[in-house]
Write a protein that binds this ligand. Structure first.
Ligand code: ADP
Length: 327
């Protein structure tokens, strides 16, 4: 039963950095909305589409087969105009003009903050955290993280074969401008010799050189160093390693391939559940929420409270990485 009987049309947009699973969110939102007799407008290119009224009707058929596809069929963009008072007002006017009774925004921290801003102009917003960085404070998990980890691990496993054969040291940069969650998971999953994250300072001698030397004494002939892209002071890391150990490191930047590809089962299921819960929140007449995941349970919390929450790297993961890179 619909509690909010006035809810006739939902809008959905994907914004900021794309993440595998965004399409699965679009599908879940569309299917759930139709189940409740609500129509869905897909808004193209994030908040840009809202400002310019660039929308497409999403019927049940238009989301067929979407669950397996990476990227986002609604496109995504960054929209500086939305951060101006005028742009924000235009976007809110478009919502009213199009008869959108509830707006679902899928993206990272910036996208959710955009959601909070437009909610202050009377638009009812539900946010769904989607980012490969897993750096949204209010949730243990963000859609896309597992897929990105698996993509990075697969690429690094290939690299390892060639590095092992040549007995080389490999420095691999993974995404994460201000958060090291991805780097930490990937380092543990790949059996790295060292990992550097933006949240923690590093000491070259103790955190890298010494580990490589100790590893060599124990018979390790190749070394993998995982570095998150936001780590400062690493422009000469290769030369430093060469000077300190005599090894000739190769640098690989995984870059945007980490964002692409089919979502994993975990991301498909999380996206499906979050999409369903987001529509249900609107149906239940909840106002301005973010869908979050604590342990494996879905919750929806007030968007303002959600965005005030902070998340650090898990101490147990740091401990595991510390212990396991001592070889
Ligand atoms: P992500 O959602 O992946 O974090 P961005 O930070 O680029 O990506 O944000 C996507 C869009 O959300 C921006 O282009 C802008 O329109 C909006 N946005 C970002 N940060 C804010 C903010 N602090 N307040 C309001 N809107 C924001």
């Amino acid at each position: 039963m619909k509690t909010n009987t006035a809810l006739r049309r939902i809008g959905i947009l994907t914004s900021g950095g794309d993440a595998p699973g965004m399409n699965a969110v679009i599908r879940a939102v569309t299917r759930t909305a139709h189940h409740h007799g609500i129509s869905v407008l897909g808004i193209k290119r994030g908040y840009n589409g809202l400002i310019h009224g660039d929308v497409v009707e999403l019927d049940s058929q238009s989301v067929n087969g979407l669950i397996t596809r990476g990227g986002t069929i609604l496109y995504t963009a960054r929209c500086p105009e939305f951060n101006t008072e005028e742009g924000l007002k235009k976007a809110a006017d478009t919502v009213r003009y199009l008869g959108i009774d509830g707006l679902i925004v899928a993206g990272g921290d910036g996208t959710l903050r955009g959601g909070l801003d437009i909610s202050r102009l009377g638009v009812n917003v539900v946010g769904i955290p989607c980012t490969i960085d897993n750096d949204v404070g209010c949730t243990h998990y963000t859609i896309g993280f597992d897929s990105a980890c698996n993509t990075a691990v697969e690429a690094i496993d290939r690299l390892r074969d060639t590095m092992q054969s040549h007995e080389r040291c490999s420095i691999v940069e993974v995404m994460g401008r201000s958060a090291g969650h991805l780097a930490l998971y990937v380092a543990i999953a790949c059996g790295a010799s060292a990992v550097l994250v933006p949240e923690l300072p590093f000491d070259f001698e103790k955190d890298i050189a010494e580990k490589i030397r100790k590893g060599r004494i124990r018979g390790r002939s190749h070394h993998l160093i995982i570095v998150a892209e936001g780590v400062a002071g690493i422009s000469h890391l290769g030369e430093q390693i060469k000077d300190a150990t005599g090894m000739d490191p190769r640098v690989t930047i995984l870059g945007h391939i980490q964002r692409g590809g089919m979502p994993t089962a975990r991301d498909r299921v999380t996206a499906s559940r979050m999409g369903e819960v987001a529509v249900k929140a609107l149906v239940d007449d909840k106002k301005n929420r973010v869908i979050t995941m604590f342990k494996s349970e879905m919750q929806e919390i007030d968007i303002e409270e959600a965005l005030a929450m902070k998340k650090d790297l898990q101490p147990s993961m740091l401990e595991a990485a510390y212990v396991l890179t001592q070889s």
